[in-house]
Design a binder for this molecule. Structure first.
Ligand SMILES: [Mg+2]
Length: 426
């Protein structure tokens, strides 16, 4: 077959490791080869962070609650994540990416976009670059990845998905490993995909579109922007219409990393009841902790964001000496920040985020789950961690006073963090 990938301008690669955390575990525990291996929070409310393709044969997927994974595949090997180790491998991986092009945009620990337009003269066609990189990762790290190649990040990302192994209850089929979408073939490729493949089509949007008989990306393109805008609102509708036509002008931005990870929620009615807000903070903090676990990160600054019924917005932060990665700890600090906020005006939106992010490191196996606290070997570390949280709570109460009444003290929107949802699994 003729390699037309030289004509791709820009030429963008999306490299995505296959079952990254679980594959690193197999690397370090070769005796587990061929067995279903599931990595994730093994506490009562943990989720699957990564699983081998053998586990996927039983229907196990990333981000699934761990209890469900245990029901589907009780004979699997269940492992707590070792994020320091994954971070180590990720560093080696990113060095390899940087040997191909300086334009590397990492997405989490195990994915990146590479703009190789300027590397072609030196390293060959984008297809050759993708194959060589994949072979090097296999040879030097003993890990597999899938690579998508196209003229945009959207196409490259969907192409890497198409290059992945496929799983049925009977078997795991090896994927092509590299998939190039050649110039001019973008719409044929895109339009055959289910709508769920597009960024921005979550369960609610999918349900809505299914109701209109829209099942494929091609259907979205045929329905047209006017109908989408009517059904989904102006910005969301226009965005999907553009994506369905293959329009994704976003460039590969070198070195961009998460500055903060957070969740926020707008309520159907303004809330004044602190108990209700506390419960929301716990749920949101758990969601933040899940993303942190998946990305192998911890953070030192907890920020609470409160928007009142009159749309004034307040943010309050506290920075700890020790990075946090556990939902319960993040929630405790956020609740202390909330205690000092006057809620009389009613809360329209509540958000929690963590910034000052860095790799969760080995010295600090802090999994803060209360169940884990019972484990003797973690007792000492937990003690230190909770002391740190208790210190933070005391400092916050000293600084803001408990239930201080008064005008909004911070109205700086620029200080508001960039909000992240969970990433798309592994
Ligand atoms: Mg992956």
């Amino acid at each position: 077959m003729v390699d037309r990938s030289m004509e791709l301008v820009p030429a963008i690669l999306h490299v995505d490791m296959d079952a990254f955390f679980a594959s690193v575990e197999l690397l370090d525990h070769p005796e587990l080869a061929g067995r279903p291996v599931i990595v994730g929070g093994t506490g009562g409310r943990g989720v699957v962070a990564s699983c081998t393709y053998e586990a996927r044969r039983y229907g196990v997927r990333s981000a699934m609650p761990m209890f469900r994974a245990r029901e589907l595949c009780p004979n699997a090997v269940f492992l707590d994540g070792r994020h320091a180790r994954y971070g180590e491998v990720s560093t080696q991986l990113h060095e390899m990416f940087l040997s191909v092009t300086p334009l590397v945009e990492p997405i989490g620990l195990d994915e990146a976009f590479l703009d190789v337009t300027g590397s072609r003269r030196l390293l060959g066609s984008p297809l050759e670059i993708a194959r060589t990189l994949r072979d090097r990762i296999a040879a030097e790290l003993s890990l597999r990845c899938s690579v998508g190649v196209g003229r945009s990040k959207l196409i490259a990302k969907l192409a890497s998905e198409a290059a992945k192994p496929t799983v049925s209850p009977e078997a795991v089929e090896v994927g092509p490993g590299v998939r190039v979408v050649e110039p001019g073939d973008e719409l044929d490729f895109l339009h055959a995909l289910p709508i769920e493949a597009l960024w921005g089509v979550g369960p609610a949007t999918a349900k809505r579109l299914h109701g209109l008989g829209v099942k494929t990306v091609g259907d979205i393109a045929r329905v047209g922007e006017a109908v989408l805008v009517r059904q989904l609102g102006r910005s969301h509708g226009a965005h999907l219409a553009a994506l369905a036509m293959g329009h994704d002008p976003s460039p590969v931005v070198a070195g961009r990393e998460a500055k903060s990870i957070g969740h926020e929620q707008t309520f159907a009615r303004d809330v004044t009841e602190i108990g209700e807000l506390r419960a929301k903070l716990v749920a949101m903090s758990d969601a933040v902790a899940e993303v942190l676990a998946r990305e192998g990160l911890a953070g030192r600054t907890v920020t609470l964001k409160v928007r009142f019924g009159d749309f004034t917005t307040l943010t309050r932060s506290h920075t700890l000496d020790l990075p946090l990665d556990a939902g319960a700890a993040i929630a405790a600090v956020a609740e202390a920040l909330l205690e000092a906020v006057d809620l009389v005006a009613g809360v329209r939106l509540l958000g929690v985020s963590l910034s000052g992010l860095g790799p969760a490191n080995a010295a600090r196996q802090l999994s803060f789950g209360f169940e884990e606290a019972e484990r003797a070997e973690r007792g000492a570390a937990l003690q230190i961690s909770w002391e740190e949280v208790a210190r933070a709570l005391a400092a916050i109460r000293t600084r803001f006073g408990k239930r201080a009444v008064g005008p909004v003290s911070t109205l700086d929107e620029r200080a508001a963090p960039e909000w992240w949802g969970p990433s798309s699994g592994d």
